[in-house]
Design a protein around this ligand. Structure first.
Ligand code: NDP
Length: 269
């Protein structure tokens, strides 16, 4: 991988206590950036903080509980980042989870909840961190927002009707945001992921696997059923690398764009 030194820069990763977010925090720390992560569950967050501090003993790391759907908590998280680091250069909007439900079994409340999560997990952190991103861009530094989105945005699945629909809307939101922020020299991009091994899939494995079925067998069977051309789930670090590319000057002439990290599942030309 191309080496890039991010010493002195600050990356904020929402949902950084598990899966893709945790792998992304690792990658930024490895490149020398200061990193702030958040999540709702204090215990999971503390475990992630300990793991990162063990792996990177000199890490400049801030971990704070925050629900990205709570405007006050997001504002407090941004304030904590400002107090600790004084800046934000890169914001990774990653926090969230998918909802498995068909049209027939999705209630109005479930629709609202899903739309709320998908939109406001991007809107609230972006709004809260924008002043710091503007300062970074105004000082001539790289400033970027990268969102974790799903291939469902372009290739909806009926068994995830609300998530697919919300993902498409969020892709549109990201593109508008990119154009609005481009004159301020803040780039906005996203990744579209297929299936990536993570906490959410570990939880589904615990619920759905046959007794005695190993994680490897369960994921291989699912990869076959879902016709993933590369024949396996993605790994969190593979999503993290795409996020890293879009967040840093490696992609300095790219905005309003997305990278497919789906193992070849995308069928459109
Ligand atoms: P994980 O469950 O491993 O990680 C999700 C992270 O987000 C955790 O740190 C979790 O912590 C945090 N989180 C969830 N909801 C909130 C919230 N409201 N406020 C703050 N933090 C929150 O899953 P993934 O790594 O897979 O998920 C990362 C992103 O990728 C999500 O947005 C997910 O929807 C998306 N995605 C993942 C796919 C996959 O196959 N893995 C497929 C398509 C999209 P806590 O629960 O403690 O809050």
């Amino acid at each position: 991988m191309i080496q890039i030194d991010l010493t002195g820069q600050v990356a904020v990763v929402t949902g950084g206590s598990s899966g893709i977010g945790l792998a992304t925090a690792e990658l930024f720390l490895r490149a020398g950036a200061s990193v702030a992560i958040c999540g709702r569950d204090g215990e999971r967050l503390a475990q992630a903080e300990t793991a990162l501090n063990t792996q990177f003993p000199h890490a400049q790391l801030l971990a704070r509980t925050c629900d990205v759907l709570n405007a006050d908590e997001v504002a407090a998280f941004a304030q904590a980042v400002h107090t600790r680091f004084g800046r934000t250069d890169m914001l990774i909007n990653n926090a969230g989870q998918g909802r498995v439900s068909t049209f027939a079994d999705t209630s109005d409340d479930a629709w609202r909840e899903e739309l709320d999560l998908k939109y406001f997990s991007v809107i609230r952190p972006t709004r809260a961190f924008l002043p710091m991103l503007r300062d970074a861009a105004g000082a001539g530094k790289n400033a970027a927002v990268v969102c974790v989105n799903s291939l469902l945005a372009l290739q909806p699945e009926p068994h995830m009707v609300a998530t697919s629909s919300a993902r498409a809307g969020v892709l549109s939101l990201i593109k508008s945001l990119a154009v609005e922020l481009a004159p301020q020299r803040i780039r906005v991009n996203s990744i579209l992921i297929g299936i990536v091994e993570s906490g959410q899939w570990r939880r589904r494995y615990a619920k759905e696997a046959q007794p005695g079925q190993s994680w490897e067998d369960w994921t291989a069977e699912l990869a076959r059923k879902k016709n993933i051309p590369l024949g396996r789930f993605g790994r969190p670090e593979e999503a993290a690398q795409a996020l890293f590319y879009l967040a840093t000057t490696l992609s300095s002439y790219t905005t309003s764009s997305h990278i497919d990290v789906s193992g070849g599942v995308a069928r459109h030309v």
